[in-house]
Ligand binder design. Structure first.
Ligand SMILES: *Cc1c(COP(=O)(O)O)cnc(C)c1O
Length: 434
């Protein structure tokens, strides 16, 4: 890994690049892997080593790297129109994509606001929710979220998250937020216990709370913590009852990861806002959307001088290249009936996961749709067991990127059963080796 062209690029990288979410000193001993090309589930470095991308390159890739269908859509779009501003102008890919998203998402979500990454979509949803209440003459400037949640790392998104590692340092900068406990496991009982606490908080402070934001069914960066859909159903009922918006952050859970198209589908609910990004473009280009209702849209609709408009924008909002690959991605869902064909992959994954249960350092094994996690026990944070597993994976051809003690699998949907076997075997050996 550390040889030849790989080493040369890594050294030039370290002279100038400050990497995301990284203690740069780790790279005194830990190699940075320069990727030369990628195809399907595999990434290839400059020395011909390959790595099975078990985490879909940070949860974005759905149909493999260098997917021929998506490539073709991108090439054709770039010949036509690369970018145009979306204020006062529009273009066919943005229009078509918005219509398809309205048709695909739960009933009631009728308007699409474009942004260009997940965190900015969360910012938009928070601002819109606050502003909606403001336009109604209500001062609601507090946000509620679940313990252990993650919604991105810009100031607003960070505020409503609850991962201490990312958040604590910035505490004085954050907007007003509170957390209620997330259901502690996947049982209906845990969901109902947590709903009682939610109702208590809403009763007490509902008049100050603009919105409850949550990650449906799976808390991603919070270690792939999973909970029952009854919680979603109850949270929808309670937020409606107390005049609080429900923001479903489906940035990770959207587009089939939970086994249905959206996490909300499991509870048959429709939120007031849904944020989507990551898989939206099949892992090709940055793009995000905030879906919302006509009720919310209409509260901003008036003569200009009334100052009710939502004056928020990003330069690359609704970029045509990104919209065209998103359309190609949705096309694959439909033409290949992905949600249904993924069912057997989930079952296969479930079978493969069984063998982790007998390992003495494994605490729990959990799965929701196309996402699975193995949580280890018996390690102190100082041991950095996740980092050890990451290293083991890389030297054995699999990109695993544990979250603390949690090793998880979120592969692209094109993964074959034998590739799944390869991924699981390397993780299994890694867990035995640490
Ligand atoms: C990744 C993620 C975000 C942030 O998206 P970025 O594009 O990384 O800013 C927000 N919410 C959830 C649930 C995510 O998984």
């Amino acid at each position: 890994m550390f040889e030849g062209k790989n080493r040369e690029i890594m050294q030039r990288d370290l002279e100038v690049i400050w990497h995301p979410c990284t203690q740069m000193k780790d790279h005194e001993t830990l190699p940075i892997i320069p990727i030369a090309s990628a195809k399907g589930v595999y990434l290839y470095d400059f020395e011909g080593n390959r790595y099975l991308d078990a985490i879909s390159s940070w949860w974005v890739n759905l149909f493999g790297h260098s997917n021929p269908t998506i490539n073709a859509a991108l090439i054709s779009q770039v010949e036509q129109l690369e970018h145009v501003l979306l204020a006062g102008f529009t273009h066919a890919p943005a229009v078509e994509l918005a219509h398809q998203l309205v048709a695909l998402t739960p009933k009631g979500l009728e308007k699409v606001f474009y942004a260009d990454n997940g965190s900015s979509a969360v910012e938009v949803a928070l601002k819109m929710s606050y502003h909606y209440h403001y336009n109604q003459g209500k001062k609601k400037s507090l946000f509620l979220s679940l313990s252990n949640s993650y919604h991105g790392e810009t100031i607003g998104a960070l505020s409503v998250g609850d991962v201490g590692l990312y958040k604590e340092t910035y505490a004085p900068l954050l907007i007003a937020n509170e957390q209620v406990p997330v259901p502690k496991d996947q049982t209906p009982k845990a969901a109902h216990d947590a709903l009682e606490l939610l109702e208590t908080r809403l009763k007490e402070k509902g008049d100050k709370i603009a919105a409850l934001i949550l990650e449906p069914l799976i808390q991603g960066a919070g270690g792939m913590h999973m909970y029952h859909s009854d919680y979603l159903k109850g949270a929808r009922e309670l937020t409606s009852k107390y005049d609080v918006h429900l923001i479903a952050d489906e940035i990770m859970t959207g587009f089939g990861r939970t086994g249905m198209m959206f996490g909300c589908n499991h509870a048959k609910i429709s939120p007031d806002f849904m944020t989507l990004s990551k898989g939206l473009t099949g892992g090709y280009l940055p793009l995000s959307v905030v879906m919302t209702t006509n009720t919310i849209y209409n509260a901003f609709y008036c003569d200009y001088h009334e100052y009710k408009a939502f004056l928020h924008s990003h330069s690359y909002t609704g970029n045509p290249l990104a919209c065209s690959v998103a359309l190609a991605t949705l096309g694959i869902f439909e033409s290949q009936n992905i949600i249904e064909t993924n069912q057997s992959k989930q079952q296969h994954l479930s079978k493969l996961l069984q063998k982790f249960k007998s390992l003495p350092n494994v605490k729990t094994v959990r799965q929701q749709g196309m996402v699975a996690a193995v949580e280890l026990t018996g390690y102190t944070p100082k041991e950095r067991v996740g980092l050890q597993i990451y290293r083991y994976g890389l030297t054995h051809g699999v990109l695993l990127r544990p979250l603390g003690n949690v090793i998880y699998f979120m592969p692209p949907y094109i993964i074959t059963e034998s590739q799944m076997g390869e991924m699981i075997q390397v993780a299994y050996d890694a867990i035995k080796a640490v």
